[in-house]
Design a protein around this ligand. Structure first.
Ligand code: GAR
Length: 200
């Protein structure tokens, strides 16, 4: 069984969606460890309550690569095969990316390459796009930039507040993250340039 390491910073709903998918048999994998850089993350409490191994490795006042080395050590201890960033609000160092080549995924609440970075839903509203959505991609050391594995489209309504739009995007995030993890674990893809292509 492939072992997932899930990195969070906050609410942890994408982590929960992956956990739910595993529970109902939609995804064949196990969650080896949940790591939060933020001791107050709601997702950390949820993970513990649900019986997962969950730890906080604080990122405050520590150099990026030194921090990443601590996280890598934990992931290795737990024999993690695939790292899933789920609302983990930190850039990874090149060292981290090289330790897990093509084995780190991230979810972002926009149709990348539009609206990378923070407050992607607000950026989309303010830009006036009619459609936005979410993206699961391989992680490299650049922000929200690696090859795209899966996307889902969400229509922007005239009446949308930022919260309403974010909530509809989040529903799609929860669905699409499982699909992307399943594809990557299956190995049924190849990467050509920036394109992630399914292999039959
Ligand atoms: C999600 O919307 C995720 O796409 C976003 O943070 C939220 C975390 O929610 N991630 C980013 O913006 C990364 N650039 P969650 O903690 O409930 O999964």
């Amino acid at each position: 069984m492939k072992r997932l390491g899930i990195l969070i910073s906050g609410r942890g709903s994408n982590f929960e969606a992956i956990a739910d998918s595993i529970e109902v048999g939609r995804l064949e994998a196990e969650i080896a460890i949940v790591i939060s850089n933020n001791p107050h993350a709601k997702g950390l409490r949820t993970a513990k309550r649900r019986g997962f191994k969950a730890v906080c490795i604080r990122s405050r006042a520590i150099d990026r690569e030194a921090y990443d080395r601590l996280v890598i050590e934990k992931l290795r201890q737990e024999r993690v095969d695939l790292v899933c960033l789920a609302g983990f609000m930190r850039l990874l160092s090149a060292h981290f990316v090289n330790e897990y080549p093509r084995r780190i995924l991230n979810i972002h609440p926009s149709l990348l390459p539009s609206f990378p970075g923070l407050e992607a839903q607000l950026q989309a509203l303010e830009h006036g796009v009619k459609y936005t959505g979410c993206t699961v991609h391989f992680v490299d050391e650049r922000l929200d930039a690696g090859p795209i594995i899966a996307q889902a489209v969400v229509r922007v309504r005239d009446s949308d507040s930022e919260d309403q739009l974010a909530a509809r995007i989040l529903e799609e995030e929860h669905r699409v993250y499982t699909e992307a993890v399943r594809l990557v674990l299956s190995g049924d893809f190849r990467i050509e340039g920036r394109r992630v292509l399914r292999t039959p």
